[in-house]
Design a protein around this ligand. Structure first.
Ligand code: DCP
Ligand code: CA
Length: 388
């Protein structure tokens, strides 16, 4: 039986929460970021601000120039946590098979759960109605037989949209879209495909698999499958995930050691914070590097004892990076970190390991400050380097 998968994404999440909290902002261009006089970028722009060309990631100073009448608000993560929890709770009332992605999006496998509603679209409308009634937020929902098609569909019907791609229609829907719509295809891959005279998903789909595989390796097999509407990934509850991954693709390939280390430090901070948030500790740390020619390598190390302390994870990752850099001088396009072999927080720190214990306290203090004042409120030396 074909699966019925929803991808549900809240529209302009941070900006919409601000509008829901303050009705005076509704219908107006709202830009959530930091202080535009200082350095910072747009985190979320309301749909009223988007016709001015404003999008996430744009420097706030530019956003101010393009839309001076916009209302600028500094992100307050504590204001977004509750609506995010409630959003996930609403979704789990419709199907137990939910996979949250970040704060404001989730996959929901509703196979079999749509019957009482008459159709998947009726079920999706019921979800949208509940979200609006309880949170005063709009959501866009893509419906398809697999994750990748559902995600692209929700993206295309924003804001406040609903788009169902019925079984068998996947390729018809995907074929004319630009390749950049495929998850995982960023500027670099897009450029390489362009050099191969591939601009649309349909063109990628009809390339022989071995050509794509030769050019992009394993990653090529994945995007070729996606381009053909093939994606067997299950909708999995986060509790079931056995690892945490973070990775970063650089704007330019690099071999600059300080930059690589700073990026790695930032990624280690992120995975460690997520471990602490989930009350987990990791025993294995894996470094992933993708070179300019798309060749990808991984190197793994097992820690003496499980940890969620940023500095411990970073030290392990740095050791792996240094070893690789000493062996190979080839520009790098992507760096990633994975922590796995996870355990609960029952593990006690050794009494005598006061240095690690202190670092753990420091991490928790930083988590608390970031929770209250936002992720950019406090930075360690290496992160500042990676941002500059
Ligand atoms: N976010 C951020 N920095 C970014 C991108 C996103 O802080 N560069 C935060 C703010 C967003 C939230 O994550 O509100 C969700 O990200 P989305 O990419 O889903 O963006 P929006 O929800 O704002 O808009 P859209 O309607 O396009 O989903
Ligand atoms: Ca969103």
């Amino acid at each position: 039986m074909a699966r019925c998968i929803f991808h549900i994404d809240l529209d302009a999440f941070f900006a919409s929460v601000e509008q829901a909290l303050n009705p005076e902002l509704s219908g107006k261009p709202v830009i959530v970021g930091g202080d535009p006089e200082r350095r910072g970028v747009v985190a979320s722009a309301s749909y009223e601000a988007r016709p001015f060309g404003i999008h996430a990631g744009m420097p706030l100073s530019k956003a101010r120039r393009l839309c001076p009448q916009a209302i600028f608000i500094q992100a307050g993560f504590s204001r977004y946590r509750e609506p995010s929890h409630k959003f996930m709770e609403i979704l789990s009332d419709f199907s137990p098979c939910i996979e949250p992605l970040g704060l404001d999006e989730a996959y929901l496998d509703v196979t079999g759960y749509q019957e009482p509603y008459g159709s998947p679209q009726e079920l999706a409308l019921a979800i949208k109605e509940r979200i609006y009634k309880e949170l005063k937020l709009t959501a866009s929902i893509g419906i398809a037989t697999c994750k990748v098609v559902a995600k692209i569909a929700s993206d295309l019907c924003k804001p406040d949209g609903l788009l169902e791609i019925t079984p068998g229609e996947e390729c018809h829907f995907l074929n004319p879209l630009p390749v950049a719509k495929l998850p995982g295809v960023g500027k670099k891959t897009e450029q390489v495909l362009k050099e191969m005279a591939i601009a649309t998903i349909g063109e990628l789909a009809s390339l022989p698999l071995d050509i794509v595989k030769k050019r992009f390796g394993k990653f090529g097999m994945v995007i070729h499958g996606y381009a053909n509407g093939i994606d067997d990934r299950k909708v999995e509850a986060p509790g079931e995930s056995k690892s945490i991954n973070k990775q970063n693709t650089f704007a330019q390939d690099t071999l600059e050691q300080h930059f690589l280390e700073a990026s790695l430090h930032y990624l280690c901070e992120q995975v460690s914070a997520e471990l602490r948030y989930r009350d987990k500790q990791a025993r294995s740390v894996t470094l992933k590097l993708r070179y300019a020619d798309f060749k990808t390598i991984t190197r793994q190390v097992t820690l003496k004892e499980a940890s969620n302390v940023s500095q411990v994870i970073f030290a392990a990752a740095l050791q792996l990076l240094s070893k690789v850099l000493a062996q190979k001088e080839k520009p790098i396009r992507l760096i990633g970190i994975k922590v796995s072999n996870l355990s609960g927080k029952e593990k006690q720190l050794h009494m005598f390991n006061t240095e690690t214990e202190k670092l753990g306290h420091l991490d928790r203090a930083i988590d608390e400050i970031r929770k209250r004042y936002g992720s950019t409120a406090i930075k360690k030396g290496k992160d500042i380097l990676s941002l500059s």
